[in-house]
Design a protein around this ligand. Sequence first.
Ligand SMILES: [Zn+2]
Length: 477
Amino acid sequence: MAYLQFLGAAGTVTGSKHLINTSSDLSGKRGLQVLIDCGLFQGKKGWRLRNWQDTPVPAREIDAVVLTHAHLDHCGWIPRLVKEGFKGRIYATPSTIDLCSVILPDSGHLQEEEARFHNKRGTSQHDPALPLYTLQEAEDCLHLFQPVEFGQIKELGPEISFRFVHAGHILGSCMVELFLRQNGREHKSVFTGDIGRVPENPDAPGRVVHAGPEAGEDAEMLVMESTYGNREHPHEDVRPQLARLISDTVHRGGSVVVPAFAVERTQKFLFLLKQLMEENAIPRVPVFVDSPMAIKAVEIYLKYTDEFNEEARQLVKKFGSPLEWPGFTFASKQEDSMKINEQHYPCIIVSSSGMVAGGRVLHHLMHRLPDPRNQVIFIGFQAPGTRGAIIKSGAKSVRIFSEEIYIRAHVAALEQFSDHADTAELLRWLRTFKSPPRTTYLVHGEPEATSRLRYAIMSELGWEVEVAEWLQKVPLV
Ligand SMILES: [Zn+2]
């Protein structure tokens, strides 16, 4: 009997890993073993420690990885899997592969930096502290990736094949339709990965958004994310609010610092700034994009504009490449980054990391937080415990590079930028199903969000819904 085992993103939002085994019994290796997503656990220490545990089946016995998208909580464990002995293929869309070739080496670099930090401070139980994987190890696994276009059926063996369909979450993101042929019948399961905003949604005027998840699915089993299972995103146009924040800051002689993830979020935000400047809704102050990954990511974005919705495609067509906009400077070298700190006139600085966990944004905040003329604008999720969450909460100070930095700058958070469907949108997407799945398993959510979404689906649609548990095995047919 073929089964599915939840190896991550069960009871939490990170570490997505779902193992398919086409074996005829529950003892393990016999059939084909396929991992859908291979994500890093992030956030609380208890979860992060799981990154150091082996998979329940030896990595060398896993035959293939099928990847939904390039976020680290879905792809960031791949170099570790390869380090443990995985030798199979990693299937992903071409744009996901391009993004992984930027994101995975950067993750290896951060792992090395973290190990160095612990060794310097003596703050690890291990001597020496080692990285989960290195930049080199991340680069070495890129040759295992094999592109599969959206809509193309890919055979993995006589019993099993899959197809990628659009998820509309970030560039390259897809759902996996898995087809299992057993006992003369074909059984279809759908793994959603992360689900983007639902199309025709008026939430995002002027923003760069993807075309949304594919409507009209059908599946015997649905494995679905539940990140915002208890949330409604704000629905108003973000532009007037953003324009007011920027204009007020410039008028009082201050600068704006925007912590943002270098890939996707930064590119989308730049198009919004450009648009506001062209409409004369904000003053034309210099914009600095300070993130080594952002330049590479811009190029990848412009290569795959067909994945955006029509309005976003028109925006890209109208304004062209952000790398060529006058007044927008991309800092690739450390020296360029330091020069931004010497800038005494109002400017806008977009820099990573988005949750202020590390990266160049630390320097900018260290310089700009103590001055009440300045403004910090958060445009992404701030996980509890991160510096971003502390600054956003209205704290009077925050620790950066072992120094207590006073927060006198204005702080705002714009929640409209989410790339995840909220509860109402998830239900709207489920209503497009041709028939209800036999079972729906909810993954990728904090327990409260998952249980609220389970209740909403059961009461509004009458479907059978279960909450996935870590290491739980469930039959696939
Ligand atoms: Zn994601």
